[in-house]
Design a protein around this ligand. Structure first.
Ligand code: SAJ
Length: 418
């Protein structure tokens, strides 16, 4: 079939390339000209899609990348994989809406549109379909088909492959489900049909709320275990020996990324909008999560105080600025807030992270340095935020005057753990 994948990011590109590899003619549509130029040159910027795979589908003509909406004409199926960020705490559906408008203008009878972007229950039927109908003059469920199928990409996850991860599928009606299931059956080893888009939209949110709430809970417990004199890290490892009914999460400086601190708030916002009541677990988790950077700074201030120093004027080296271990993404990373708090207290803050793509350092609010022995020795305090594999942990342990370790990877008289 002629397939359009709208949005060629860490979700859309793997789907587009896989669809091309299984025999579809795929147009990778993105409004970012720099991205489409890179893709057309066969240069992947998504870790899970090797440039060699991109070259193969480009050379065979199975895949092409474009920012030109005119290339969308005549698609049989279009998949929307655009961002759904929060803007001032409110869900921002503008990317979905503008994409739906563009796809609607090129929608013809018999075609199918699938939404993959994570969003609150009701978006597919109450936002997407009406826009498609208005832009095309066609009727959803009669002239065209639509549904929702959440993405379950786990960047860098080597345990579960893209096609090996079960895929939820839904349709606005039976025919839509049938066609959408058929499409994904050609790409994923397992598809899981559900009764409608709202179930699929909610299921995805349950997946991420589960993580968000549990990680926040373990973070709050970490702040309470320390004064109780309990080693939270050892206690978690002990709890994790339970072979059933437990999922291990570890404390950190805060929950970052564009999924976990965002998606659950889509749900709590919708619940307040529709029902006028709070989804208390998510609102509490968000509150706890927002306080973690303050907690890190408080522990740092106390440690410097014990060493006769104050944060003001202290030279502080942050190690690991991206949002999680081995990730390259800076979005919602706790490091930015921690740096901001320290700078406000008069500290001289530097940051080291080998994973940040060149050019992205302009987004940093700290000067970027290498995590070398000189920088480590020159700092009054080192903070290990993300234990990226490139960091030389023994050097940090040996050379740092003081380390606040948010990942419990180090030990020594100069080391304290979160
Ligand atoms: N984090 C902790 N402690 C933990 C686990 C995570 O502090 O025990 C922090 C991370 O450092 C990060 C944040 O939480 O800042 C989110 O971590 P994550 O492991 O959930 O990673 P994400 O945000 O990349 O989540 C993605 C999600 N994928 C999608 O939403 C499509 C999630 O559903 C996956 O379960 C997760 O990857 C995964 O398992 O890798």
């Amino acid at each position: 079939m002629k397939v359009v994948v709208a949005g060629q990011g860490y979700v859309g590109l793997p789907l587009a390339v896989r669809a091309a590899e299984v025999g579809h003619r795929v147009v990778g549509y993105d409004v970012d000209l720099e991205r489409t130029a890179r893709l057309s040159a066969g240069r992947s910027y998504v870790a899970d899609v090797a440039s060699s795979r991109l070259h193969t589908v480009l050379d065979s003509g199975a895949y092409s990348a474009t920012a030109d909406a005119g290339a969308l004409v005549g698609y049989d199926i279009a998949v929307i994989t655009v961002p759904t960020p929060l803007r001032d705490g409110v869900p921002d559906l503008s990317y979905i809406e503008s994409c739906a408008q563009t796809l609607g203008e090129h929608l013809r009878p018999g075609a199918t549109v699938v939404l993959e972007s994570t969003t609150y229950p009701g978006t597919t039927e109450e936002v997407l379909v009406p826009i498609l109908e208005k832009a095309s003059g066609l009727k959803g469920g009669v002239d065209f088909l639509a549904g929702f199928s959440p993405e379950r990409i786990a960047p860098g996850n080597t345990r579960w492959s893209f096609e090996g991860t079960p895929k939820l599928v839904s349709g606005m009606d039976a025919k839509s489900l049938d066609v959408i299931k058929g499409f994904y059956d050609g790409i994923f080893q397992t598809t899981v049909p559900v009764s409608g888009p709202k179930v699929a939209e909610m299921a995805k949110l349950i997946e991420n709320v589960f993580r968000f709430v549990n990680i926040s809970m373990i973070n709050e417990l970490a702040t309470l275990a320390a004064p109780l004199g309990v080693d939270i890290w050892e206690a978690i490892d002990a709890a994790a020996t339970k072979p059933f009914g437990f999922t291990r999460f570890t404390p950190g400086p805060g929950i970052g990324g564009h999924c976990l601190p965002v998606d659950p708030l889509f749900l709590s916002w919708k619940i307040r909008q529709e029902l006028g009541v709070p989804f208390r677990f998510v609102e509490l988790a968000d509150d706890v999560n927002r306080r973690m950077p303050d907690y890190v700074v408080q522990r740092l201030s106390e440690a410097l105080g014990k060493r006769g120093k104050s944060v003001s004027g202290a030279r502080i080296l942050l190690l690991g600025l991206t949002y999680k271990f081995n990730a390259i993404d800076l979005r919602n990373s706790p490091s930015a807030r921690i740096a901001e708090l320290l700078i406000d207290l008069g500290a001289d803050v530097r940051g080291a992270d080998p994973n940040i793509p060149d050019g992205d350092e302009i987004k940093l609010n700290v000067s970027r340095v290498d995590a070398n022995a000189e920088e480590i020795m020159a700092a009054d305090a080192v903070v290990l935020l993300m234990d990226h594999p490139q960091f030389d942990l023994p050097v940090i342990e040996k050379r740092a005057a003081y380390v606040f370790d948010c990942r419990n990877r180090l030990s020594g008289p100069n080391v304290e753990s979160l």
